[in-house]
Ligand binder design. Structure first.
Ligand code: AKG
Length: 297
């Protein structure tokens, strides 16, 4: 038998002897799958404490996790794109949104790959979890409350169940009582399919200073608040999902290969340049990073 006919002759050939081995092996082979690591300096006990609260209440508020310069960079870069309001009452008739952030706003990366958020995602999801969508959201004064909703309800897997996605909303402006702070129903991540928010359900408003973040599970009922403050409320949000789910935004189309090659390894992996073993995410039978003009091998 010639070499072309027998893959076994190739020293890189892998013999898969069990189904578990099949599921656990990166069969696209060339690039091992990368995992995000807790950034140096994060106290695992503190992250675990926050994680336990997140699992108990469905949300947690992380105070002062982004500095003023990072907030200003986002404000400056976002401003030219904040030129239209929503197309429906969910997006908000008086709410401005910017989609396609990984291509448009490099300043968004610091929020999307925030080390503390990645540390939480590492605890919640399998390696190579994905960015499902990211937006800048500017709720203008006069905006009614957004309808309450859960973020992962479009995955047809009956609830109650574990969260299939997780979201951040970072306050770029202070979130106050009357400017549209995110509203959430604590504990609602445990509700079943037929349980919807009732007027008497206790709600929390994520009032917090600029640079803080509400992190919540994808099955928690929440929504943007009503803004009757006279000023707008600027935020940036990111949603992440398990590596085996379809993402909301198709980043392979909205982010160019040049941009995907230039961003950090964290962002690239979150955009889908990774493999969920054995080969989810492959392209032409190869690791998708092989399609990028990367400097490395
Ligand atoms: O703007 C917010 O506070 C939350 C927005 C939200 O939940 C959404 O647009 O899905």
């Amino acid at each position: 038998m010639s070499k072309q006919q027998s893959g076994r002759d190739d020293p890189r050939f892998r013999q898969i002897d069990s189904f578990d081995q099949y599921l656990g092996t990166d069969l696209a082979r060339t690039h091992g799958f990368t995992s995000s690591e807790e950034a140096a300096g994060l106290d695992p006990e503190m992250v675990q404490f926050q994680h336990d609260r997140l699992m108990r209440d469905g949300y947690i508020i992380l105070h002062d996790v982004v500095d003023a310069a990072t907030l200003q960079a986002l404000r400056d870069e976002a401003a030219p794109y904040l030129d239209k309001v929503g197309r429906n009452s969910f997006e908000g008739e008086r709410t401005q949104r910017i989609y396609g952030l990984p291509e448009k706003l490099r300043s968004a990366d610091a929020f999307i790959e925030h080390p503390l958020i990645l540390a939480h995602l590492d605890r919640l999801f399998l390696p190579n979890y994905l960015l499902s969508q990211a937006q800048v959201i500017n709720i203008l004064s006069g905006s009614p409350a957004q309808p309450l909703h859960i973020d992962d309800g479009f995955y047809p897997w009956p609830r109650p169940r574990p969260a299939l996605s997780v979201a951040t909303v970072f306050a770029v402006d202070d979130f106050t009582e009357d400017n549209g702070a995110t509203v959430a129903i604590p504990g609602s991540h445990r509700w079943g399919e037929d349980r919807f928010p009732l007027p008497d359900d206790p709600r929390v408003k994520a009032t917090m200073p600029a640079g803080s973040c509400i992190l919540f599970l994808g099955n928690l009922w929440h929504g943007g608040g009503e803004n009757h403050s006279g000023s707008s409320r600027l935020a940036i949000t990111a949603q992440y999902c398990e590596p085996w789910l379809r993402t909301q935004e198709n980043y392979f189309l909205s982010v160019s290969r040049e941009t995907a090659a230039a961003v950090s390894e964290n962002i690239r992996r979150l955009l889908g340049y990774s493999i969920h073993p054995p080969f989810m995410g492959m392209s032409d039978g190869m690791h998708p990073k092989r399609k990028l003009p990367l400097q490395e091998d």
